[in-house]
Write a protein that binds this ligand. Structure first.
Ligand SMILES: Nc1ncnc2c1ncn2[C@@H]1O[C@H](COP(=O)(O)OP(=O)(O)OP(=O)(O)O)[C@@H](O)[C@H]1O
Ligand SMILES: [Mg+2]
Length: 309
């Protein structure tokens, strides 16, 4: 029998979904598990609040690749630095960079070129994928990218293709063509989706899935996050279901109401999970962590939901 698919089947992993659904949470979980299993893991956050570092209890990472714990490195990509690096690398001339990009007129122009920042950030990710160690093997066993939220996310993913098609030849064409080849390579890349068991996020996930599939991007797992775990064990649930009406006692009545609400949420989440199964992606259910704070202990608790590898 073939092995069931695993979120770590590919080396270049992007995590995306609607705003606030848990993309950084999923990136942090995967990164932690990967590092714990002894794989050299690089997490890239793209010009956002450096959330992954915070979730794992580390100092925020800057634009330098920083080792934060055994086998785990973080980097937060700063587009203006990436632009300078790119210009210096490609134009091979810092003075020219300064002349071109530190000129205020050019700076405001660059700000208005749609998607330039995204492309630069994706370019950095692409370069890390190609990085080699002293033996000539890949420098990173796994690269995890906390990608931008949906909407913005689709443009982000399409960008290399748009530029490849718009620029007929030369360095830019070649680079973006290779980037696009990486993004669409099912041997190397997977795009993981994160969703919540609620109407709007489910609808958006379905749309995002269709867009990414139409673009030809290899989809990985679907992480359904903040799913209320069963409140009652099977026996208690059977007892509860035998109570046919709300108890007359005021306090018991209140408990009945609360339990009904919670069971309703559970049933709703099950319904959404079934709806999302139409996407035919392997699903991982991440239980809601009922805790006043959310950080490393919650990330560690969520690791239990990942399939064994
Ligand atoms: N399984 C969970 N249980 C409880 N709370 C959670 C869970 N997953 C995420 N959260 C809460 O939701 C918040 C948002 O999660 P996260 O930062 O991972 O989302 P995001 O998709 O990366 O957001 P953004 O779009 O802003 O980057 C977390 O800070 C945490 O408080
Ligand atoms: Mg985030």
């Amino acid at each position: 029998m073939p092995e069931p698919p695993h979120p770590f089947d590919r080396r270049f992993l992007l995590v995306t979904g609607k705003g606030g659904v848990g993309k950084s949470t999923v990136t942090a979980m995967l990164a932690l598990r990967s590092a714990q299993q002894g794989h050299k893991t690089l997490v890239m956050e793209l010009n956002t609040q450096p959330r992954v570092a915070e979730l794992l209890g580390h100092e925020a990472a800057g634009p330098e690749v920083t080792c934060v714990e055994r086998n785990l490195w973080l980097v937060n990509i700063d587009p203006s630095r990436a632009l300078e690096e790119y210009a210096v690398m490609k134009l091979r001339f810092r003075a020219l960079y300064k002349l071109v990009f530190e000129n205020p007129v050019m700076q405001s122009l660059v700000r208005f070129v749609p998607g330039l920042n995204d492309l630069l950030m994706l370019g950095k990710a692409f370069n890390h994928e190609r990085e080699t160690d002293e033996d000539g093997g890949p420098a990173w066993d796994r690269i995890l990218i906390d990608a931008p939220a949906t909407g913005h996310g689709i443009t982000f993913f399409r960008l290399p293709k748009i530029i490849r098609d718009a620029v007929p030849a030369g360095n830019m064409h070649r680079e973006t063509a290779e980037m696009w080849a990486l993004l669409t390579d099912p041997q190397r890349t997977a795009v993981h989706l994160v969703a919540l068991p609620e109407e709007l996020p489910v609808r958006e996930t379905t749309e995002l899935h269709a867009h990414l599939r139409d673009l030809g991007l290899p989809l990985g797992h679907l992480f359904l996050n903040m799913v209320p775990p069963p409140l009652l064990d099977a026996t208690t649930r059977a007892d509860f279901d035998r109570l046919r009406s709300r108890p007359a006692d005021a306090r018991l009545g209140l408990l009945w109401d609360i339990t009904q609400v919670r069971l309703g949420r559970e049933a709703q989440a099950t319904g959404y999970a079934e709806e999302l199964s139409a996407l035919r992606l392997p699903q991982v259910t991440l239980p809601m962590q009922y805790s006043p704070t959310f950080g490393r202990p919650q990330i560690e608790a969520l690791l239990g939901a990942l399939p064994a590898s």
